[in-house]
Design a protein. Structure first.
Length: 564
């Protein structure tokens, strides 16, 4: 039968025999193993002895945690000789009671194996944490005392208040969702002080007005949508100073406020939430029945609590801002080359602009037939590799913008959100690089899956409206206009392995030294007049040197051009 021995290195150790089933450990008298130590929670942990003899230790979300061999655990299996620590209380589990293990030789504190760290003593910061309710007497709040401290000695009260504020700081230190944080602040306030109603108002950064964000009522107190005095909260917001009033209706500072008289506010306190130099809100509390329940000590303590709350609110806002910016950056990285998304992140908005762009619409030929010959996972793997090569390896390298994927097709634009003097050339050379890259991919896919693909590309140039379509939270950069639609129709006309460009794109090319074949006028869906198209004979551009020279003329760096 296993035993818990405490302390493990003492001649006067005490042993606790463990029996089958669950053995609970904590400060509460209803535990099987009661350890009256302040570092333990009331119900700190439990030991479960299973039918096969295994012993499982489970932490019960204790404040100061449970450790096995100095490793914090939630749940783990114990072995004979394991050292267990509940808070700061150390114990050892053993299946045989006998002589305790030899104590460390304290005459040689620096003795250690070669190369190891010399440790004189160890200290875990979490062991300094306390449970707030251990320092409070809830009934005190009902007898004309605001702060519910047990101890009445002034020196002890000072220490206990500091302990409580330190624990408040611990509990509010982890970044969390703002609304949950505000509720937590009010919960702590009601736990520590005699409060009938509590409220947090935060300053709207756009209007600079106070807005109600969190509210809490004591049990039995009627709730309402508006109970506080805006005269009091505005006074604290503007002055940046906390106030205490034992009878708000008779307070000369607020004798013009009808709401205070109507609401029968007796004792009230209101303090600013001020993490730095700027007031970001106010924390308000009042008592409806007892005059003079709050003292200067209560106001000073509430101010200290509000300071901790203000820092936590500021941190939560900063944390949420960082998360939002990380999401925005991820979206920008997906659709724009690096130099573009950096610029966009600096300007923060994507205003709608009218601009001239060259649109490239590339589609995989006979993709439905290809999909029927491959497993779904193979199709996804093929598309991922294809899109990665097309977008990251080509569109972004030629400083284009990915607008969207449409099934197995992609739509990219040059000229939005930023323009180059040679956007048409960049788009055309990107299309050539796409066809060349597909040939390279096919060599590998033929060996891997015995499959190959061809793509057909349509290019068109013209005016569009470009910008963020949707909302600021859901970023979708897009272009709207006939130019984009025509590029899709040109792509439909193109055959497998072809690049077709419109006359508007040809006219926009600064250099027309490309092998082109003029086609008969073509009618496309949605356009009343036939359009003139040109087939780009990209196969005639065979040598890497030709492509490097073209890329160099476009301003694409040499290292990137080598990959074309």
């Amino acid at each position: 039968m296993p035993y818990l021995v405490a302390p493990p290195d003492s001649q006067s150790s005490k042993s606790y025999q463990l029996f089958s089933g669950i053995t609970s450990i904590g400060r509460g008298l209803d535990n099987q193993v009661v350890l009256m130590h302040p570092s333990l929670s009331r119900h700190h942990a439990e030991l479960i002895i299973q039918e096969n003899g295994r012993v499982i230790l489970k932490d019960l979300e204790s404040l100061n945690h449970t450790y096995v061999n100095d490793q914090q655990i939630k749940q783990c299996q114990l072995n004979d000789g394991d050292l267990v620590r509940f808070g700061t209380v150390e114990m050892q589990i053993t299946w045989e009671l006998g002589a305790p293990p030899p104590a460390a030789d304290k005459t040689q504190p620096h003795a250690r194996p070669s190369g190891s760290l010399s440790i004189i003593s160890r200290f875990a910061p979490e062991n300094t944490r306390i449970e707030i309710q251990d320092l409070l007497e809830p009934a005190l709040g009902q007898s004309g005392i605001g702060l519910k401290l047990k101890q009445q000695d002034s020196q002890t009260r000072v220490v206990d208040k500091l302990k409580i504020l330190l624990e408040v700081s611990h509990q509010l230190s982890s970044p969390t969702e703002l609304n949950a944080l505000l509720d937590k602040i009010l919960d702590l306030l009601f736990e520590i002080m005699a409060v009938d109603r509590g409220l947090i108002l935060l300053v709207n950064p756009h209007t600079q007005e106070l807005e109600q964000k969190a509210i809490k009522f004591a049990s039995g107190i009627p709730s309402g949508l508006r109970f506080y005095s805006s005269t009091i909260t505005q006074f604290v917001h503007k002055s940046g100073e906390g106030i205490l009033t034992d009878d708000a209706a008779r307070d000369q500072r607020f004798h013009h406020s009808r709401s205070i008289v109507q609401q029968a506010i007796h004792a009230a306190m209101c303090v600013p939430l001020k993490p730095r130099d700027e007031v970001i809100g106010v924390l308000y509390t009042d008592n409806l029945s007892i005059r003079s329940i709050y003292s200067q000590e209560d106001l000073e303590f509430l101010t200290g609590l509000a300071n901790q709350a203000a820092i936590a609110i500021d941190n939560a806002r900063l944390y949420n801002k960082i998360q939002t910016e990380a999401v925005l950056r991820t979206k920008l990285e997906r659709f724009f080359p690096q130099n573009v998304w950096k610029k966009l992140s600096e300007e923060s908005k994507l205003e709608i602009i009218d601009t001239k762009v060259t649109v490239v619409f590339a589609d995989i030929s006979h993709f439905t037939e290809l999909s029927s010959r491959l497993e779904p996972r193979q199709v996804i793997a093929l598309l991922n590799e294809y899109f990665s090569a097309m977008v990251e390896g080509i569109v972004f390298r030629f400083e284009g913008t990915l607008e969207q994927y449409i099934g197995d097709a992609l739509l990219a634009v040059w000229g939005a959100p930023y323009q180059h003097p040679n956007d048409a050339e960049r788009a055309v050379q990107a299309a050539i690089a796409m066809q060349k890259t597909v040939n390279e991919l096919n060599q590998r896919w033929t060996e891997q899956w015995d499959q190959s693909i061809q793509i057909h590309i349509g290019i068109n140039t013209g005016l569009v409206a470009a910008g963020n379509i949707g909302s600021e939270q859901l970023l979708q950069y897009g272009t709207i206009g006939n130019t984009t639609n025509i590029s899709s129709r040109i792509c439909d006309v193109a055959q497998a392995g072809e690049i077709l460009i419109s006359e508007s794109t040809l006219n926009d090319l600064k250099s027309q030294d490309l092998p082109l074949q003029k086609l008969p006028l073509v009618r496309v869906k949605g356009i009343s007049q036939p359009i003139q198209l040109y087939r780009l004979l990209w196969q005639q551009l065979q040598t890497p040197l030709q492509l490097q020279e073209m890329a160099s003329n476009l301003g694409v760096n040499q290292k990137s051009a080598e990959g074309v």
